[in-house]
Ligand binder design. Structure first.
Ligand SMILES: [Zn+2]
Length: 467
């Protein structure tokens, strides 16, 4: 995949992935094309060397792995971890709301978004819908209604002359998306025909606008009152695009962290199991933006359970595997901002399109160690892949990632890295058009060459031979 082709493919992935559920479904499409097989987490796993597998949790977390042809239990695994979620508004479980003739959809703030950027945008809906089918069986379905449905209007400057000094709003009262206007006669008719809410006063549907349910039921081809649950994200309808005078930028939402979800998926899809004695693992976790502490967040036992199964459920082999394995925690990085240069440490100014950037923080906001960083530098050098580094100022807050969480949970050695971008957590983020290409190359090289570089190094300074 050439540089521009990679950026365009990334943009298409982001456009098709307005929710974590879609990010997982789209990644699976890529893996299935090259022969990955689904595993049922609740069944026995029959794994064979050379096999390529994936499993999901909550449909918003994906773990995929390729076993080398010469893989045996206890051998090292190279893991890449990224996250599928991004800050967004999500439809509340009781969303119905009206005000002065408008129908609105109450929505919850998920994660630390720059919510001001959500005003005056055309918003679509996407996520998971739970539908009751034959014999009352519940199934979850993907929904993506890709047209402008919702909108959060700003207040005119004539009614607030201070808006350009400080744009302030209450997240409960002024961040409510408008769905439409209330048409009383039509509303009654729609309600009767689609949902039958008059018979189901205790149902899920009565708490949502009937037109919202009609949209969903028509989209899914089911009856309105068969919808008995959902997790729906709001997203900007404006597709991502290449931009800048030389098309050097990617302008798109959710680059944190779909850039790395996409790059990890393609690195794994391109990875060859032939001749390999290690396992290449991709962990795409949900819930990073809210702390990762859930059954399908990076703080779960799931990574351990998978490594245990790859080690033949043998604790001695698992311990050996963990000691020799390595995790790349791949998440986006703050590029140096041309209008806020003083916010960045003067020795570390990650450039957009300057390549993947390794993150250091001895306070363990990032999990990179001295040897881990050196191994990555060596890997990048051998493959002629640009590698940048970043640390925050001592007087600046520092973000964090799934790196320290997964590292502490699994005892895996870890390096934190990612592509530099601007406008992180805005509804529209700004990244580089070359970095996605560099990311795929580095992650693929990690899967294929890291174990060799690692095996030739020693990291025990207390060993008598080093004193
Ligand atoms: Zn992130």
């Amino acid at each position: 995949m050439a540089v521009r082709e990679a950026a365009v493919d990334l943009i298409n992935y982001i456009n098709r992935s307005p929710s974590p559920y879609h990010a997982v479904a789209e990644a699976i499409k890529v893996l299935k094309k090259v022969g990955y097989q689904r595993l049922d987490e609740s069944a026995d796993w029959k794994l064979t060397p050379g096999g390529m597998y994936y499993m999901t949790r909550n449909a918003s977390t994906l773990i995929a792995f390729a076993l080398g042809e010469k893989f045996a239990a206890g051998n090292p695994c190279q893991l890449i971890g990224a996250h599928t979620d991004s800050p967004c508004l999500r439809v509340k479980q009781r969303s119905k709301h009206t005000s002065v003739g408008y129908s609105l959809v109450k929505s919850e703030c998920y994660g630390g978004g720059i919510w001001a950027t959500w005003f005056d945008r055309d918003l679509k809906l996407a996520g998971k819908v739970i539908v009751k089918g034959e014999n009352n069986a519940l199934t979850s379905r993907l929904a993506h209604i890709d047209r402008p449905i919702l909108h959060i209007p700003t207040l005119a400057i004539h009614l607030d002359r201070t808006v350009n000094e400080a744009f302030k709003f209450n997240k409960e009262e002024q961040l409510i998306p408008v769905l439409g206007l209330i048409e009383k006669e039509l509303g009654g008719e729609v309600e009767k025909k689609v949902t039958g809410v008059e018979k189901q006063q205790q149902s899920f549907t009565k708490h949502h606008d009937t037109k919202l349910l009609k949209l969903l039921s028509e989209h899914l081809g089911c009856a309105g009152d068969d919808i008995i649950g959902f997790d729906l994200c709001l997203a900007d309808v404006m597709p991502g695009s290449l931009a800048g005078v030389d098309e050097e930028f990617v302008m798109a939402p959710r680059q944190d962290n779909l850039v790395n979800a996409w790059a990890g998926t393609h690195a794994l899809a391109k990875h060859s199991v032939s001749g390999s004695s290690t396992a290449a693992v991709l962990c795409l976790y949900d819930h990073e933006e809210v702390g990762s502490q859930s059954a399908h967040g990076a703080g779960t036992e799931l990574t351990n359970l998978v490594l245990q199964r790859l080690s033949g459920n043998n604790s001695e082999l698992l311990a050996k595997c963990i000691a020799k394995s390595f995790l790349l925690s791949a998440d986006q990085v703050h590029a140096v901002h041309p209008n806020y240069v003083s916010k960045h440490e003067s020795n570390f100014q990650p450039a957009v399109n300057g390549g993947i950037c390794m993150k250091h923080n001895s306070n363990q906001r990032y999990a990179t160690t001295a040897m881990g960083a050196a191994l990555l530098r060596e890997l990048a050098l051998r493959n002629d892949i640009p590698l940048q580094e970043v640390m925050v100022r001592n007087d600046s807050p520092c973000g964090s990632t799934i790196g320290p969480i997964m590292s502490a949970k699994t005892a895996l050695r870890t390096v934190d890295l990612g592509c530099p971008q601007l406008s992180m957590h805005s509804i529209r983020e700004m990244g580089g058009a070359k970095d996605p290409y560099h990311a795929v190359r580095l992650y693929k090289a990690f899967y294929e060459q890291f174990a060799g570089i690692d095996a030739a190094s020693t990291d025990e300074t207390c060993d008598e031979t080093f004193i």
